[in-house]
Design a protein around this ligand. Structure first.
Ligand code: HEC
Length: 181
């Protein structure tokens, strides 16, 4: 070390230039990876230029999760408990009377608004579908959204698990329960 009087200087120089190099590299990398901010976000430009960019489909899901895949593992006993929320307006047993709402025996797969002797709203009468699993799920998730103007003044059952359990229970209320989805 003592042999080269400039050794310390050389080392210092090397360190300095290495540091400088690193700084420059960093600066260049910055220019490459963080170029000047664009006037508009790049994705907006892409969406505009693409014309058919799927801006709507990217929005949050509007309805409930599919209940079909949850039914096989659903808990009918819990569904029966959840159904207590409905009992002020509905009966569940075979031949049960209509109350504020229609009797719900054998409702899964049945035609909508088809219980005889019950005065349905026009909106439910006009839907013309069957109560398939997903239809029931969407209705029970938020009745007044599924059937705007429905007489069923029930806020809705938001918890996917409870809805699946309840629908599994409704399915069991039949002489010949519908096949699982
Ligand atoms: C405040 C009373 C009320 C409550 C609580 C209620 N419902 Fe209803 N429900 C009704 C009425 C009224 C209708 C008829 C709706 C119409 O005609 O628009 C109805 C209709 C229905 C239908 C359609 C039946 C058919 O024959 O087309 C189903 C299914 C149903 N309710 C299930 C449920 C379930 C499950 C619950 C509990 C989570 C529940 N309801 C809670 C009053 C209620």
């Amino acid at each position: 070390m003592g042999k080269d009087p400039l050794f310390v200087n050389k080392v210092a120089g090397a360190v300095l230039s290495a540091g400088l190099l690193a700084l420059m590299a960093g600066f260049i990398a910055d220019q490459i990876y963080h170029p000047m901010p664009l006037a508009k976000p790049a994705f907006a430009i892409a969406a505009g230029a693409g014309g058919s960019a799927p801006t709507q489909t990217a929005a949050a899901p509007a309805g409930p999760a599919m209940v079909g895949p949850m039914l096989a593992a659903a808990n009918v006993e819990n569904g029966k408990k959840v159904a207590k929320k409905c009992a002020s307006c509905h009966t569940f047993e075979k031949g049960g009377k209509n109350k504020i709402g229609p009797n719900l025996w054998n409702v899964v797969g049945a035609k909508q608004a088809a219980v005889s002797g019950f005065g349905y709203s026009n909106v439910l009468k006009g839907m013309g579908k069957n109560w398939e699993y997903e239809e029931l799920s969407k209705f029970l998730y938020k009745p007044k959204v599924y059937a705007k103007g429905t007489k069923m003044t029930y806020a809705g059952l938001k918890k996917d698990k409870d809805r699946a359990d309840l629908i599994a229970y409704l399915r069991s209320l039949s002489d010949s329960p519908k096949p699982m989805p």
